[in-house]
Design a protein around this ligand. Structure first.
Ligand code: UD1
Length: 381
């Protein structure tokens, strides 16, 4: 029996891990045993526990409870905690997701004691080294035995960094392997879409109708911590809602909530808080966000996950960042990069509202988790 340790910590990783845990249970019983370690990077109930409940993920076997802190302090505590678990229990491999500090910590801890690292959502690049995520994902990819990329773009990025994408060559000796596995987030979105609509009454609670609101999320530090960017984004959104009489639904990440009154221009803050067209809500659960994405007229976000889920549910997306890792969304005209530029934000909104973009199947076959576990099983057997 192969023993794998899955490391999660931040909200999107908990969601991604659900697809792997489900595939272990349904397809690899008796072959793979999975244990879950939660670093505690996200700890509020609506940033963590709610996803375990909704997605049926087993409770973590280990919880490091590291909480928030500077990058160095937070990551260091995680490395120490993960190393201790890896040493005291016998694991054959570690599964890591995405690009957070929890991912980085898992990669450093495991590779130093020669435990194979399997990186899910590998190969993505923003080519912006000021993003902590870019640093985390590059280091994790470099330390991985197998990189599982959700897209062909990710495979191409890693091939340029010396990875090989041929299993035959990999078996013959050296090298690091990259595989286009498809996206575990796509697995989950397809698996839970119908159930989410049955279980969540979020549209009724908010009093919004399908196709009649903008969904926005903002949580990236370069937007929340920079007063000018935050003000530009939110004032542009307010001007669109006022001009078109369209509602704005804004689930707020705790980082954004904590910085809003400090970093947002006072007049814009007042308007945002008092506009009848703006619905500010706490961080959404997975079912809630799926329903909100599926029914939005348009999505405007700085989140990578929300960009992608909008695409899965065939909703156009304005990207509130200077670049994106999900370049195929932009290449296919389903998303436009508007950064935090008021003119570009309004132009992107107007353009996407007026067209019907195409949403080709770019993110796999909704069985990425099974493909990933099959490869890990072969590699470790
Ligand atoms: C982290 C990831 C980011 C991912 C995001 C998903 C890193 C470097 N960044 O960013 O890639 O897109 O998760 O949400 O790992 N906080 C709470 N309660 C919580 C968690 C956080 O109040 O449960 C607040 C704290 O003030 C904390 C801040 O949010 O300092 C930021 O949390 P942190 O985990 O450091 O980074 P995220 O912005 O969530």
């Amino acid at each position: 029996m192969i023993r794998l340790l899955t490391v999660i910590g931040a909200r999107p990783q908990i969601i991604k891990a659900a697809a792997i845990s489900r595939a272990v249970k349904e397809h690899f019983r008796g072959q793979i045993e999975e244990k879950i370690l939660h670093t505690g990077q996200h700890y509020d109930a609506n940033m963590s526990q709610v996803f375990f409940d909704e997605l049926g993920i087993p409770a973590p076997d280990y919880n490091l409870g590291v909480g928030s802190g500077s990058h160095g302090v937070q990551t260091a505590k995680m490395i120490a905690g993960i190393e201790e678990v890896l040493i005291s229990e016998h694991f054959d491999g570690i599964i890591l997701y995405g690009d957070t500090n929890s991912t980085l910590a898992g990669a450093v801890a495991a590779s130093k004691i020669h435990i194979p690292v399997f990186h899910i959502e590998a190969g993505l690049r923003s080519f912006n080294m000021t993003m902590p995520e870019e640093v985390n994902r590059i280091v994790c990819d470099q330390l991985s035995s197998i990189c599982f990329s959700p897209t062909q773009t990710g495979v191409d990025n890693l091939k340029r960094e010396g990875f090989i994408d041929s299993q035959a060559k990999f078996k013959n000796g050296k090298g690091r392997l990259v595989i286009n596995s498809g996206d575990v987030m796509y697995d989950n979105s397809m698996y839970f879409a119908t159930l989410a609509e049955q279980k969540s009454d979020i549209l009724t609670r908010l009093g919004v109708k399908s196709n009649d609101y903008i969904l926005t999320t903002i949580h990236r530090p370069n937007n929340t911590d920079d007063s000018e960017r935050l003000t530009n984004i939110l004032s542009s959104l307010l001007s669109i809602t006022e001009r078109d009489g369209i509602t704005l639904v804004l689930p707020l990440h705790p980082r954004t909530r904590n910085l809003l009154d400090k970093n947002l221009n006072a007049a814009v803050y007042e308007k945002l808080m008092n506009s009848p067209l703006v619905k500010i809500i706490p961080p959404a659960s997975f079912f809630e966000i799926i329903v909100l994405e599926k029914n939005a007229r348009i999505v405007m976000t700085d989140s990578g996950g929300v960009q992608k889920e909008s695409f899965f549910f065939e909703r156009p997306c304005v990207i509130l960042r200077p670049e994106t890792e999900w370049v195929e969304i932009v290449e296919h005209g389903a998303g436009i990069i508007a950064n935090a530029d008021p003119k570009l934000i309004v132009e992107a909104y107007d353009k996407l509202i007026g067209i019907k973009p195409v949403f080709p199947p770019l993110f796999g076959d909704a069985h990425a988790a099974e493909h990933i576990l099959q490869k890990i099983n072969e590699y470790l057997s």
